[in-house]
Design a protein around this ligand. Structure first.
Ligand SMILES: C[S@@+](CC[C@H](N)C(=O)[O-])C[C@H]1O[C@@H](n2cnc3c(N)ncnc32)[C@H](O)[C@@H]1O
Length: 187
């Protein structure tokens, strides 16, 4: 894709995110550095089932698809129907199943054990109960040794993950805005 086309797409995404600020929790897509780092713990050498929370316009979705094997599966949850329609058109990939629903309903919809969760949903906008319930259900659905990786603009939600996951690490990415990735493992 040309730089001009990429810039145009970024601007379109920023406009859509700003229009829906109280659901997206962001005015811009996560940075390319974060797109790569958040996928760090996705297993490479076998077929896996990965779940994404908060697909947006699919920037992290593409990074996940680039990393998983041809027979792996990615379930991406997104509450905004327009974003789902956009990604359906822009990322035609048989491994990707887009679910127009909230992360809070994941355990009702997916009954398989999951090998990794990649999330960019805005925890700061959720009640404590909703946030804790998403994290607990995610933990219960993961295979042992698997990771839940979450990007956020603050470290204030890290404690919630530490209360549930066995091992948690936080990484800071300076920029405007500064981004934090929480890597949390089930043992
Ligand atoms: C900060 S944006 C991130 C978008 C994109 N993945 C990125 O990294 O730039 C958060 C996305 O989560 C979606 N979202 C918000 N609440 C959600 C929920 N409960 N379940 C699933 N998606 C949700 C928003 O509509 C938005 O697209």
């Amino acid at each position: 894709m040309s730089n001009k086309k990429r810039l145009k797409q970024k601007l379109k995404t920023s406009l859509e995110f700003s229009k829906n600020l109280f659901v997206t929790g962001a005015i811009t897509e996560t940075s390319p550095k974060v797109e790569l780092e958040i996928c760090r713990h996705i297993p490479r050498n076998r077929d896996v089932i990965i779940v994404e929370f908060g697909m947006g316009h699919g920037n992290i979705t593409k990074a996940i698809l680039n990393k998983i094997s041809p027979n792996s599966k990615l379930y991406s949850f997104e509450v905004n129907k327009e974003f789902c329609d956009y990604v359906r058109k822009s990322i035609p990939d048989e491994r990707l199943e887009i679910i127009t629903d909230g992360a809070e309903n994941m355990s009702k919809l997916i009954n398989e054990k999951i090998d990794g969760i990649i999330s960019s949903i805005p925890f700061s906008f959720f009640s404590k109960e909703k946030g804790m319930s998403i994290i607990q259900n995610a933990y219960d659905s993961l295979s042992t040794e698997a990771y839940y990786s979450q990007v956020l603009y603050t470290k204030f939600n890290f404690k919630k993950f530490q209360m549930i996951f066995d091992v948690c690490e936080i990484k800071k990415f300076y920029g405007i805005p500064t981004e934090y990735i929480y890597h949390c493992q089930k043992k």
